[in-house]
Design a protein around this ligand. Structure first.
Ligand code: SAM
Length: 295
């Protein structure tokens, strides 16, 4: 029997003509919520994985790369970390990373899909590692856009850990000029907004560049950064935005001092990793500074 026939496969399309095949050892859940198709599976290489609408959201093997990259550069740069707002972030790993900083008085996470949160608690408890039960955590099941329209609080850090803004995704309405303005209104003066911002793969970074161009209309500093996430089989990009601080320019000493304040040990992020995250290859720098589409 050929090797491939021994397995069932989860096939992720990174583009209509590009695929990554993950062998499936076990399916914990497969079904639909009112918002999206959800699967929780186990693969031999990456362990458990959360898949939404056919896209890998995170894997047990490397989720700390993604979540530490998303959370810590922004938190290190912020001078006010008491109130943190997370848009999306259903698995609870972004919440976990935020709460590792003792200066956080309250972390509010707003995810539209209670089923993703419940399935994550049931099958992926390693991701939240108790964060949902931390007295500083406030978990709200609801649309992040509706929440921000009602909410009057201000946050030193806003972290967007939403699904890709594809046409039929519930995150799609959160990527436009009006919403970027609304997010800025929820930040304290000089606060930091960081978002997962699609792939930085050389052939496919146009959505990332579009986000960066749009956000430059709103912030004095918009720093693009990326890291390879093996389970995504691509370079994953983020944008860190602020009127006060250029997150890319944090010194080694500032990153070291911040990391020393965190509870527990980092897997991925430190001063050397910070420099690597923000050192962009020429093709990406050129894409980011070229004129082009905006939201
Ligand atoms: N790491 C991820 C990726 O690669 O795209 C993002 C992780 S997280 C699971 C994405 C979360 O965004 C999901 O739990 C989804 O329910 C949530 N989400 C999507 N649209 C939303 C909205 N309008 N308001 C709040 N949460 C939303």
């Amino acid at each position: 029997m050929p090797k491939t026939e021994r397995w069932q496969w989860y096939v992720e399309e990174s583009a209509p003509t590009e695929q990554h095949h993950h062998a499936i050892e076990r399916v914990y859940f497969s079904g639909r919520s009112p918002f999206q198709q959800i699967a929780v599976v186990e693969t031999p290489v990456y362990g458990k994985m959360l898949i939404l609408d056919g896209d890998t959201q995170s894997s047990q093997g490397d989720e700390r790369i993604y979540h530490e990259a998303l959370v810590h550069p922004a938190m290190a740069a912020a001078d006010d970390r008491a109130e943190v707002l997370i848009l999306g972030g259903g698995e609870g790993a972004t919440l976990r990373e935020v709460l590792r900083h003792p200066g956080v008085a309250r972390a509010t996470m707003v995810d539209i899909d209670g089923m993703v949160i419940d399935l994550s608690k049931q099958y992926l408890p390693e991701w939240s590692a108790g964060a949902f039960d931390d007295p500083r955590a406030r978990t709200i099941v609801g649309d992040a856009l509706a929440f921000m329209r009602e909410d009057r609080d201000r946050y030193g850090v806003v972290i967007s850990d939403l699904t890709e803004p594809l046409e039929d995704s519930p995150s799609n309405p959160l990527f436009n000029d009006d919403v970027f303005r609304l997010i800025k209104a929820r930040l304290t003066d000089g606060g930091v907004y960081v978002l997962q911002a699609s792939t930085a793969a050389f052939h496919n970074a146009s959505l990332h560049a579009k986000m960066a161009r749009t956000l430059r209309r709103h912030y004095a500093h918009v720093a693009s950064f990326f890291t390879h996430v093996p389970a995504f089989d691509t370079d994953w990009a983020f944008l860190a935005c602020s009127d006060r601080v250029d997150v890319a320019g944090l010194t080694d000493a500032a990153v070291d001092a911040y990391c020393a304040q965190l509870r527990g040990e980092n897997f991925f992020y430190d001063a050397e990793t910070h420099r690597r995250l923000f050192a962009l290859p020429r093709y990406l720098r050129r894409m980011l500074t070229a004129t082009g589409e905006t939201f």
